[in-house]
Design a binder for this molecule. Sequence first.
Ligand code: RP5
Length: 180
Amino acid sequence: MPQGFPIKYRKRNVVTKVSKPVAIIMGSQSDWATMRHAAETLKALGVGYEARIVSAHRTPGRLVAFAKNAEREGFEVILAGAGGAAHLPGMTAAMTNLPVLGVPVEATSLSGLDSLLSIVQMPAGVPVGTLAIGKPGAINAALLAAAILARSDAALNERLAQYRTKQTESVDERPVEEAL
Ligand code: RP5
């Protein structure tokens, strides 16, 4: 198969599923401490992913190449974590039709509020699904990506249901005293 050919392809009427349908991109190595939670959640659900550092302002060429080729590479959902100005998710969404889920990272003295506002306030026409700041947002971005993929993957849908059941079962009915 020629290099760069999408992994999802039709052969003798059999659709082969992509092995890494989720791309996790982030503006800096420092974002990994947050975005690794998305990676761990995807791993727990058996969803393949690839994590890459793509900075909108420090590696703009890498951003353009990634966003323009993402669909051809076989990705189906993009999770983009960024702090501060957080233009990465918006610029990525501007160059691909794939769904982009943005995770605001707590990178500056504004504790992620800057990133949140930067990501959520996309002008009409180019959407970025915006999650909560930090770890909860990273986990939920992964769960949303899995939910999107599960629409055409019954086995993943079942794993997602089991994840929810386990979560429900882990909640005690009554609080217990905790050691201070
Ligand atoms: C953004 O600037 C990155 O997404 C990161 O959250 C923030 C700080 O980056 P470093 O200075 O830690 O590389 O581009």
